[in-house]
Design a binder for this molecule. Structure first.
Ligand code: GTP
Ligand code: MG
Length: 292
């Protein structure tokens, strides 16, 4: 059985860093894993591990921009369309990896996750070749500093999730930054200082945007334009009715945190089907203890 873990999320969410950390962790646990780079714009030095398969061997953004005179965004879309037309290239490259765990570092263009057919087509192709696919979606912890930015992140995660129809794990990356913030009483602009506040973001509480929250946030009813109140209310209702998104915290400075995330990934793919299926580590109060 072959396993594919897609690492998705907006630009700069920490996808490539997470891929490297996951590779390190798997190698240290004596498991075979390989990195696949699907980002045509990736800097060759951005990966700690040399990718075994690299979209840049098929097409690179530099060439597209240079030869076809595309701008960076049009160029990226061109690269993915080119890959979709040449999926036999990817299948051939993947053919060498039987019984392996493949980590796909995806590009950070949000369009790819919301409405471009690239990822759904890729997933269907991978599944057709008998791979078990799961996707992770990273949002960085700085999103928690601004409720509106945070909920737009939640909505984009939701949109990507319903678009892809594979087992899905949302990850709040760069949690180490929240820890260092919390040591500084002057920071935590929106009151992300206490454990229970973090919990309201990891398991998004729609009331964060419906009602005033924390001392420093002010009264949202007066701080936002009344024209948006009905929209906010509708978003609150949507998230309340469809609580699809919750986040696993990822703090790369803690090996336990990475292990917890990995155990969830393994569990959703039922990694090692001959073995007893493992329960994922419980995400309990203890996971936040060292964040205080
Ligand atoms: N503090 C902290 N910084 C991180 C962490 N992960 C990534 N970063 C930093 O965030 C920036 C972006 O990280 P990348 O891993 O390149 O993010 P990406 O999602 O691959 O970015 P794109 O491929 O450009 O979309 C880099 O400067 C990293 O050093 C983390 O866990 N903690
Ligand atoms: Mg990257």
């Amino acid at each position: 059985m072959r396993y594919a873990v897609l690492v998705c999320g907006p630009a700069g969410a920490g996808k490539s860093t997470f891929c490297g950390a996951l590779m390190n962790h798997l190698v240290a646990s004596k498991r075979t894993a390989h990195l696949v780079n699907l980002d045509p714009a990736a800097n060759p030095e951005s990966h700690e591990y040399e990718p075994v398969i690299d979209i840049r061997d098929l097409i690179s953004l530099e060439d597209v921009m240079g030869e076809l005179e595309y701008g960076p965004n049009g160029g990226l879309v061109y690269c993915f369309e080119y890959l979709l037309e040449n999926m036999d290239w990817l299948e051939e490259e993947l053919g060498e990896y039987e019984n392996d765990y493949l980590i796909f570092d995806c590009p950070g263009q949000i369009e790819l996750y919301t409405h471009h057919p690239f990822l759904p087509t890729l997933v269907r192709d991978l599944q057709r070749t008998g791979m078990r696919v799961c996707s992770t979606y990273l949002l960085e912890s700085q999103f928690m500093e601004d409720k509106y930015k945070f909920f737009s992140g939640v909505l984009s995660a939701m949109s990507a999730m319903v678009n892809l129809e594979v087992p899905w794990i949302n990850i709040m990356s760069k949690m180490d930054l929240v820890t260092s913030n919390s040591e500084d009483p002057a920071s935590g602009r929106n009151g992300i200082r206490k454990r229970k506040d973090i919990a309201r973001y990891l398991d998004p509480d729609p009331l964060l945007i419906a009602a005033p929250f924390g001392e420093s946030s002010g009264d949202l009813a007066t701080s936002t334009n009344p024209r948006f109140h009905a929209l906010n209310q509708a978003i609150v209702q949507l998230i309340e009715d469809h609580p699809l998104v919750s986040f696993l915290p990822l703090d790369l400075s803690s090996p336990d945190s990475l292990e917890t995330v990995l155990s969830h990934i393994d569990y959703t793919m039922q990694y090692g089907e001959d073995e007893e299926p493992k329960e994922p580590h419980d995400l309990d109060e203890g996971d936040f203890v060292d964040m205080e």
